[in-house]
Design a protein around this ligand. Structure first.
Ligand SMILES: Cc1ncc(COP(=O)(O)O)c(C=O)c1O
Length: 489
């Protein structure tokens, strides 16, 4: 069988198949490829690339494994569970098992501190949050219509909401000067700009807690958002898949469900839809358990019919129903997971702060937003990508550049911290600290020689094979002490 050329494919296949709308041609995914070509391993490949571009929650698998080992019947394909095999193998309809919907809605309540209730009848299954977003886009908008979305935002939204539906995303530009807050002004501005471009706005998509920022929306902002969508009569999709990753106590995470409870007069609940999944809070992205929770009866009914395209297997439903009905386990898991995330986040961000690397203040998520603006030669996205190439190829860390999140300001990078063990984290931290210290040295050398106003790409390219980790970890030098560096902020 011969290969078909690119051009011929364009004629033979559909527009969707050939329009690159999957978005995998971005630096976000290029970083993953760099990791796959040379993956770090503590003993087998200690100079390889460390994957810090993957928002996975791997810090509590010991708890999950213990539960699985103690409940062999729940997995069904085990000696203890085998007698139930027929039940999971035969036909399932798209409603989902009642015990699964009940357990998931209870879990959603627990994660939100039991301050709200969720009706199991409104739980619709989907193939992860990915499937939930696409299903909602199909339900709420027509091709060409747009959703507003605050920047920076998760790059997968470009694929999930747009690719197969033909729906557009229109940026609500948020800036570092106010910690990327979603303001009324920014929302109005985006809405007006879309109108001027003759784009019909059908909704606003928010992600709370935010990927990539790791920040949480406060109650006032959530109220402003509700008023905004109510005034404009557009939908609100709230992606809350990082709800349980919040790690300040008492949990500061406020679900849109809580605000709706209070916002009664003249407010149209039919406009609000929550996207949830077990990929981040439980750390089960492989299970593909996604949820649409809509306050709109018609959307619940249509989304349920559409869910035929992305059902959760009955075996998974049975296991999840059993695990999440174990209240003692759930409470312990939520508390422990948030504590471990907090510790990891603190270790990493404090370690970076010691060498003058600042990060956006955050208290949720599996990542933080690192500010390397001072290391850019010019404040451009080209320079951001130059710096990113050095970080991938020389420092051997796959962090993700801000441009892949549609950030409006160059120089920000997302760093994931929960997808690795402590040892790997130590190596990653040493590498990045060393890099910044060396980059800072480059600045000073250039400054003293007065050769050039700016550094060349080569000057921040380092040889990490000669790295003395112990020295670097304990180095008293900090780039913040450099006047050249300070001048760049
Ligand atoms: C904000 C956000 N929404 C949705 C997804 C997709 O999640 P899932 O694995 O449940 O499809 C991700 C994954 O990283 C995400 O960060």
């Amino acid at each position: 069988m011969g290969l078909i050329s690119g051009n011929n494919n364009k004629k033979l296949l559909s527009k969707i198949a050939t329009n690159d709308g999957h978005g995998e041609n971005s630096s976000y995914f290029d970083g993953w490829k760099a990791y796959e070509n040379d993956p770090f391993h503590v003993t087998q490949n200690p100079n390889g690339v460390i994957q810090m571009g993957l928002a996975e929650n791997q810090l509590c698998f010991d708890l999950i494994q213990e539960w699985i080992a103690n409940h062999p019947k729940a997995s069904i394909c085990t000696y203890e569970g085998a007698q139930d095999f027929k039940d999971i193998a035969i036909f399932q309809d798209y409603h989902g098992l009642p015990e699964f919907r009940k357990a998931v809605s209870r879990f959603m309540e627990k994660v939100r501190g039991d301050r709200v209730t969720f009706d199991p009848e409104r739980i619709v299954m989907s193939g992860g949050a990915t499937g939930a977003h696409e299903t909602l886009a199909f339900c709420l908008a027509d091709p060409g219509d747009a959703f507003l979305v605050p920047t920076p935002y998760y790059p997968g939204f470009d694929r999930d909401l747009r690719w197969r539906t033909g729906v557009q995303l229109f940026p609500v530009v948020c800036e570092s000067c106010n910690n990327f807050k979603v303001t009324k002004e920014a929302l109005e501005d985006a809405y007006e700009k879309a109108q001027e471009s003759k784009i019909k706005v059908k909704g606003l998509l928010i992600n709370n807690p935010s990927n990539p920022l790791g920040t949480i929306l406060d109650k006032e902002t959530l109220k402003d958002i509700l008023r905004f969508i109510n005034d404009k009569n557009i939908h609100l999709v709230c992606d809350e898949i990082y709800a349980a990753t919040a790690f300040s106590h008492p949990s500061p995470f406020i679900s849109i469900a809580e605000v709706i409870k209070e916002e009664v007069i003249g407010f149209n609940k039919d406009l609000v839809h929550i996207v949830y999944s077990l990929s981040k809070d439980l750390g089960f992205p492989g299970f593909r358990v996604g949820i649409i929770y809509s306050y709109n009866d018609v959307v619940v009914s249509i989304a349920r019919k559409m869910s035929s395209f992305g059902l959760v297997s009955t075996q998974t439903q049975r296991l999840i129903a059993s695990m999440l009905s174990d209240t003692t386990f759930v409470e312990k898991f939520i508390a422990e997971s948030s504590m471990r995330l907090s510790q990891r986040h603190g270790l990493f961000t404090k370690g970076l702060a010691q060498v003058g690397i600042t990060t956006l203040k955050s208290n949720a998520g599996l990542f933080f937003w690192m500010d390397l603006r001072r290391l850019l030669k010019e404040s451009t996205f080209d320079d951001e990508l130059d710096l990113w190439h050095v970080i991938i190829n020389e420092v051997k860390l796959n962090v993700s550049p801000g441009c892949s999140f549609h950030c409006s300001e160059p120089g920000w990078f997302r760093v994931c911290f929960a997808n690795m063990d402590d040892e790997t984290m130590g190596v990653a931290l040493r590498r990045i600290r060393h890099f910044v210290l060396q980059a800072n040295k480059g600045v000073l050398e250039v400054a003293s020689k007065k050769l050039c106003r700016r550094r060349s790409k080569l000057e921040i390219s380092l040889s990490f094979r000669r790295l003395d980790d112990h020295f670097m970890m304990n180095s008293p030098h900090s780039p913040m002490s450099s006047p050249m560096v300070q001048a760049r902020t």
